[in-house]
Design a protein around this ligand. Sequence first.
Ligand code: SF4
Length: 409
Amino acid sequence: MSNIIHIKHMYFNKVINSKRILLIEPDYKATYPPLGLMKLSTFHKRAGDEVHFLKGTSSGVRDQHWDLIYISTLFTFQWKKTLDTIQFYKNNKSKAPIIVGGVLASLLKNEIEEITGVEVHFGLYDEIDRLTPDYSLIEDIKEYSLHDASIGYMTRGCINKCKFCAVPKIEPNFINYIPLENQLSKDKKDLVLFDNNVLASDEFPRIVRDLIGNNFNKGARVGKRQRFVDFNQGIDARLINDENMALLSSLALRPLRIAFDDIKLENIYAKAVMLAKRYGITHLSNYILYNYLDTPEDFYRRLRINVELNEQHGLSIFSFPMKYVPLDSFDRKYVGINWTPQQLRGIQCILHATHGVVGPKLKFFNAAFGNHEDEFKYIIEQPEESIFYRNNLLPYDEYINRLNISTCV
Ligand code: SF4
């Protein structure tokens, strides 16, 4: 039975007269709005249902009459809050069935079903996934970003199977083209595409044509305001070539995000950045995975490569370090084989001060992360207060001098 038929079956046969639908996102911190729930809202509203959305728990809401409750989930390290939310709504007075979906639920389906007894939907509802998200659901919620952007996908899945990534598990089939039209809200200026690996699509030229056909060409404006399209999950440096960079440069793209997860990709990554520059793309950004199989030295090196590319070529590359946590981890405490808890805490301290971003200026980079790998390791191994308040931190050169003196003695 297809997923959509399954919902219809539940909805029209098993739960007769289903009319009041409750959509819940657990009260964890989320930058992006719950796209799956927004599409379910469209689906149910089109069926004439009354749909309500709530972030978190409320007994006043729970104890109203509901016919069906959906709960979205995100990261596995949000396990406790997610599980508490499911248990909370399981006690709803109308005994409405609950369907839990999303990333965490798909990765830990058995665990959730065993502990809570609720139904977990694995992966996507393919037909619902093609619907326009119901943006009205979240318009009053300030914590989400992207209030002026349509959100969508023009491909699904990925051709690669990186072990640290949930995509191959949750979206095992690569769909190389999804039309844009249905996904756009005419009230939104920008467009954010969450494609996992758009350059893997042999339909990429068609995707670009669709974007240009919907006025996301380079220089596009809405009134006086510039429009932007953002392939938010980054593009794969290994797949970049002249042809697709030319296509990318014809779009209102900002920034161009290129993944740089592995130091072994240094040359390929730098070549991709230089090609972007050749095509006039100077605002770049990237995700830097750490705490996986990498070392503190190569993490530092990847950050520094970006800062040096900025300095040498007049670019503006912002880096976003992303700490690796195993896909089945219930919290964020995992320590990679080449890292120590103290080093990871040290990085968090630096990133706390820089709001999670590593900017393009060498001077600031040196001050925050050190002038070289050894100084970086020295900094991140210091007590938190010394990392926050650098006046308390013995300068690295002085530290080495003292070390040498004490070794001689
Ligand atoms: S290329 Fe990206 S999306 Fe694809 S499996 Fe690897 S990390 Fe995941």
